[in-house]
Every structure is written in structure tokens, then in C-alpha cells.
Design a protein around this ligand. Structure first.
Ligand SMILES: [Zn+2]
Length: 433
């Protein structure tokens, strides 16, 4: 798909309407001169010509600010596409939300690739869960080894800064759910050594040692003794603790036990969209006190009030279609899930109201008002969701976020912090021993 944003990014693509010129030779010289002058000024990055409409100049500002910032997306599930669909990320893909071409267009500097072990398919622990995690980490490494001019594997804030200054993109990894540590403390260090830099103790299914926000067990389960030891071990080795997906009880056990900043890699505010996956104001305050960052998710269900209820109704309506797609797919359980998600994605687009980037910025505003500009970041959940914002449909449209932040009065320094600066600070803090 073609990015609306990238089109405005290149001054050389300023609309030149040649087709009208031959009929009006007298106009040719002044028009050409004005175009040349305009392009010249843009290339030299001098002040905007005063004749430019205000809106246009604001857009140019947004693009320039966005390009100068280090943008770090804390969570995308593109990893599973690498493994299960064997996608070539060097190509502009016609589906999904992220590939190298669109990431470049969107001015992305660093991507945390989610290492997601789906417990229903790979077990909540044991060899199969570990293997599933290992295969995904290997896939991210392979991406960086195959395309070193585009991607570099990274593990530190300094890596991200260096890779960004070289004009490349940093690929990092985080474990979504603690299933792959297989209830063994030593596996925290194992994954750290493999490059993993954050872990959420549970995804939508509780582990024996940490409750999830997504199941019954999580309603009463926090961290047990082993769970608290896992957090200590993560603090010791320098792996960030992610509270996205954990139960409320687990959240409080984590903030009360972690000695390092705690992060949410892809969550929103419950005060705006009341879903269990989001954080209450008290939680956001407590997380900020650890020095951490709430990275706001781009998924409408976690952003738009009432969207989750509407989605449930649509899911019930389309159940036969989804079931049919699953049955038609003859391959394994993973491919059946992909087939189901594809139908859901198509039907959601048709049946659910569009949500825009403005709503995402409402969540950012809310966090900033509660705890200040230092504690907010971004975590798209691209390729992990079946619906996206209508004007932030994929990574290429990331500058639309900067444009909206600018429109709301955020300064360049603020925007730098939101897009990645705050996470660089947390990474540096976590790396200290
Ligand atoms: Zn998730």
C-alpha cells in the first residue's frame, strides 16, 4: 500500500504540473524559477517560504521532527510472520503492518520483535515452548544477518543510537509471556544471553507463577515466590519487566518487587477504554514511580471506549465465517489461527467503526497529565492485531502520530521522548549494574 505520508516527505516530489505548461509558454520561466527556488530552499533546510500555507509548513515540520527523533516501537508480532509465513521483510508486503520498506518510510529506528509463545499451541512450558521461542529469536537474528544494510541486531540503548546514526534499523527482542523460561530461573539468563531484553510474565494465559489479565486464574493470581524470584533475576541480569497482559494483582506484585523501572510495552489507559489489558490511573502512577514507561498500543480495542463490546458482538456474528476459514485451511494449528485472524481482520474493517490516531494521542495526553512527559512511549502491536487505526494503518504512517502530537502543542523535545527517548532512558537504567 502507498503511504500518504511518504509522499509529502520528499521535497523533490513537490507537485509539478508540467501537463499545463506547453499551452502557456510565457508562464513557463517564472513557474520553473519558483519551483527551483522552492526545492533549493527545502534541500538546504532553511526557513519555510512565507508563501506556503500554514498547514503545509506544519506538515513539513512534523516530517522533519519525526525524522530527527529516534522512534522505537516496543512491540510488533511480525516475528511470527517470519517463522510461520516465511515472509520476505525486504519487500513491501501487500498485507500486514510492517516490513523493511514501510518501516523506513515511517521513519522507524528500532523495533522490538515480540517472541510470542502461544501456550494453547506450544504449551505453557517445556521443550516445545522453549523451541518456539528459540526459533523466533533465530528468525530475527537471521533477518539482521541476511540484510545487514537494513537491520542490525541490538541489545542496548547505545546499539540503537549507533545503528540509527548509521541510517539503519535496530532489531531487538522481547518475550511475550514467560512460558519459555519453563519455570526455571536459570532460563532468564539463557534468554538474556540470546539477546532478549524484556519479558512479560504472562500473555493471555496465566502461568503457575504469574496471573494474566486474560483468564479466570488471573482474577486472583499475582506473583508467587518463584515469580518474585523471576523479577529479581530479571533485575539482576538487566532484562526489562513488562506488565502488558498481566493481572492487576501481578502488576502490583511487580511494581512492589522490581528494583528497576517497570514498563508496559503495549497497553492503554483504563480511564479511557475500560478493558482489563489497560492500566488504571493508580497503576500508571505506580509504574511512573519506578521510573518506567507506558508504551501506548495502537489497537482500537484498547483505545476507543465501547469498541471492545462492539467487537464481541461482531465476533459472535462472524463466528460461522471464521469457523469455515479454519476448516478450509488444511495445514497445522498455527495456519488455522492465521486463517481465522485474516477473516476477522477483513470483517472488523467492514463492521466496526474507524478509530483515528487522535484517540491514541488522547491516551498519551492522559498519561502525560497524570505523571508527566517522561513516562510515555509507543508499542504498536503491529501484526498482532486484527484492526488498526484508520490513519495509522501500518508503520509507514507513523509520522501521522507526530503530526497529531505537534497539532496538540507538544514540543520537539516532548515528541523525542514519546517516540523513543523515554525508552532509551529506561534501557540505560536497566543496563546499569
Ligand atoms: Zn500482546
Amino acid at each position: 500500500m502507498i503511504s500518504r505520508v511518504a509522499k509529502t516527505d520528499n521535497p523533490a516530489r513537490f507537485p509539478v504540473k508540467h501537463r499545463h505548461l506547453p499551452g502557456y509558454p510565457v508562464l513557463l520561466v517564472p513557474i520553473l524559477l519558483s519551483i527551483l527556488t522552492f526545492n533549493c530552499r527545502m534541500t538546504e533546510k532553511t526557513e519555510q517560504p512565507p508563501s506556503l500555507p500554514n498547514q503545509k509548513s506544519k506538515q513539513q515540520d512534523a516530517i522533519a521532527i519525526h525524522r530527527r527523533a529516534i522512534s522505537i516501537d516496543m512491540h510488533a508480532d511480525t516475528t511470527q510472520r517470519l517463522v510461520d509465513e516465511n515472509v520476505d521483510l525486504q519487500q513491501r508486503l501487500s498485507d500486514g503492518h510492517l516490513d523493511s520498506v514501510r518501516a523506513k518510510e515511517g521513519g522507524l529506528e528500532a523495533q522490538f520483535f515480540s517472541i510470542w509463545v502461544e501456550p494453547q499451541l506450544f504449551g505453557g512450558g517445556g521443550q516445545s515452548a522453549m523451541k518456539r521461542a528459540d526459533v523466533q529469536i533465530a528468525a530475527v537474528r537471521e533477518l539482521t544477518e541476511k540484510h545487514p544494510d537494513t537491520w542490525q541486531f541490538a541489545t542496548t540503548a547505545a546499539d540503537i543510537r549507533r545503528i540509527a546514526s548509521d541510517g539503519k534499523m535496530a532489531a531487538l527482542t522481547g518475550l511475550e509471556g514467560g512460558y519459555a523460561i519453563d519455570e526455571k530461573l536459570e532460563n532468564v539468563e539463557r534468554y538474556y544471553k540470546m539477546g532478549v531484553r524484556y519479558m512479560s510474565p504472562a500473555w493471555s494465559v496465566s502461568t503457575s507463577w504469574a496471573g494474566s489479565s486474560g483468564d479466570e486464574a488471573g482474577k486472583t493470581r499475582g506473583l508467587n515466590e518463584f515469580g518474585r524470584n523471576v523479577i529479581r533475576e530479571m533485575n539482576r541480569v538487566g532484562m526489562m519487566v513488562d506488565v502488558s497482559h498481566v493481572s492487576d494483582k501481578t502488576f502490583w506484585d511487580i511494581v512492589n518487587n522490581s528494583t528497576k523501572p517497570v514498563i508496559a510495552t503495549h497497553s492503554g489507559c483504563r480511564a479511557i477504554a475500560s478493558v482489563p489489558r489497560n492500566l488504571t490511573d493508580d497503576m500508571i502512577r505506580a509504574l511512573a514511580k519506578t521510573g518506567g514507561v507506558v508504551n501506548v498500543i495502537f489497537y482500537p480495542e484498547h483505545l476507543e471506549p465501547g469498541w471492545s463490546e462492539k467487537k464481541k458482538l461482531v465476533d459472535a456474528e462472524i463466528a460461522p465465517l471464521v469457523q469455515h476459514a479454519s476448516e478450509e485451511e488444511n495445514r497445522d494449528a498455527v495456519h488455522k489461527r492465521i486463517a481465522r485472524d485474516r477473516v476477522r481482520s477483513e470483517e472488523f474493517a467492514k463492521r466496526l467503526p474507524p478509530v483515528t490516531v487522535s484517540r491514541l494521542v488522547d491516551h498519551i495526553d492522559h498519561i502525560v497529565k497524570l505523571v508527566g512527559i517522561e513516562h510515555v512511549g509507543i508499542g504498536s502491536d503491529f501484526d498482532g492485531v486484527q484492526s488498526t487505526l484508520s490513519d495509522l494503518h501500518d508503520v509507514a504512517e507513523l509520522p501521522n502520530l507526530t503530526r497529531e502530537l505537534l497539532r496538540r502543542g507538544y514540543s520537539e523535545a516532548d515528541i523525542d521522548k514519546i517516540l523513543g527517548g523515554n525508552m532509551l532512558r529506561v534501557m540505560e537504567e536497566t543496563e546499569k549494574h
